[in-house]
Design a protein around this ligand. Sequence first.
Ligand code: UDX
Length: 404
Amino acid sequence: MRIGIVGLGVVGLATGVVLAEQGHKIIGVDIDQNKVKGLECKRSPIYEPGLQEMLERYFHNFTFTTDYGLLSDTDLVFITVSTPTIDGKIYLGYVFDAAKRLGDVLKRNDTIVVIKSTVVPGTARKVKEIVKNDVVSNPEFLREGRAILDTKNPDRIVIGSENKEPGDLVENLWKFTNAPVIRTTWEEAEMIKYAANSFLAVKISFINEIANVCEKLKDCDVTVVAKAIGMDKRISPYFLNAGIGWGGSCFPKDTQAIVSFARDLGEELKIVEAAIKVNNERINRVISMLKGFIKEGNVCVLGVAFKPNTDDTRESVAIKLIKTLKSEGYKVVAYDPKAKADEAEMVGLDECIRIADAVIIATEWDEFKGLEEKLRGKFVIDGRRILDPSKMEKGKFKAIGLGE
Ligand code: UDX
C-alpha cells in the first residue's frame, strides 16, 4: 500500500519503519524542515533502539517531505502529530491542521485517515467533518525505548471506526503482528488510550505511596512487597517499580488532559487526580532524604532521560530534580549515556561520581547497575531501586521504599 505518515516523532517513525519492513511504500510528512532533511540523509532525529538501522535497511521504501501534496494518491494516511497539554487542556490544533491539509490534498475519496495521536473522545468525529474521507481511530500504546518492539508485538490492536470496511483495511494492515484485535466505536478507541495510560500512572503512584510507608518501617522493602503483590494475576508485576515518579511525553500530559476533559463533562476523576498529586510530591521526598545527609555541596545526578533507553527528556523527573536541587543551593553535575540537559553541567560517569558529595540515581540505565563499589565513600540515594542495599555503606545509603 501507499501509506502516508503525518508527524515524524517517535510514534510516526516507529510506525513507518515497521510498515516499510512489511514492504509498504511510506511517505513521511513533517513541518520541521530540518527533521525532514536529516531523514532524507537517513538520519534518525531521535535515539530509539533499532530505529536508525531499520531506517537505513528499508530506506528504499521511504519518501520524506514537508509537502502534503505527495499524499494525494495514498491508500491510507496516519496522523501521528503531537497533542500537547496546554494550560491543563489538550491542544488539538496540530491534529486539525493536519486534517485540514489532508482534506485539501487527498484526491481519492477512498483514502482512509487513521488517527494514532492520543486525542480526547470526539476528535475522530470532528476530523471526519474536516476531511470528509473515512476516519479510523487506531491508538498507539508503544513505549519509548521499546517503540519498534512494541509496534511489532502489541498486546492488542484497537480499531475504532464508523464503517466496517475502513476498519477491516486497518485490521488487515496489522495482521502480521498476530495481536488480538478489538473493534470499537471512535469514542471507545479514544477513551481506551486515556484509560490505559491513566491506569498505569495510578498503578505507579499507588506503589510509590506504599513505598513512602515502607520507608518509615524497620526492615521493610517496597521491592519485596511489589514482587509479592505482582504475583497475584489480578494485579500483575508490571508498572509496580517504585521510584522518583513518572514523567515522559505521555503520562503527565494525558492524565491532565483526561482530568480536565472529564471535568468539562461534569465528572471528577478523583483517583487520577490523586495519582498526579502523589507524583508531584516525589521530588520533595528525595530532597528530604538528601538533606538528611548533606545540606549543601556537590550532587551528581545519574540519568537525565525520563527513563532508560531513550534520549528523551520531556517531563523528565530527573530534570525537575536537578532544578529543585539547584534552587535549594546544591551544585549539580549530571551524567546520562544518551540524553543531554541544559539544566546541569554534563560530565562523564567517573567524573560525575568523583566530584560528588552525594549521588542520586534518577534513571535506571543498565550502566548504573553494579555501581556499588564505585560509589564507596559517597552519600547515595537510589531513586530507581537498582542498587543492592546489602552492598552499600550503612549510614550513607538511602533508597526509595527502603526502611531502616
Ligand atoms: C507510556 C505508555 O506505557 C504507552 O503505552 C503509551 O503509549 C505512551 O505512554 P512511555 O511514555 O514511553 O509510554 O513510558 P513508560 O515506559 O510507560 O514510563 C512512563 C514513566 O513511568 C517513566 O517516567 C518511568 O520511569 C515511570 N515508571 C514506569 C515508573 O516509575 N515505574 C514503573 O514501574 C514503570
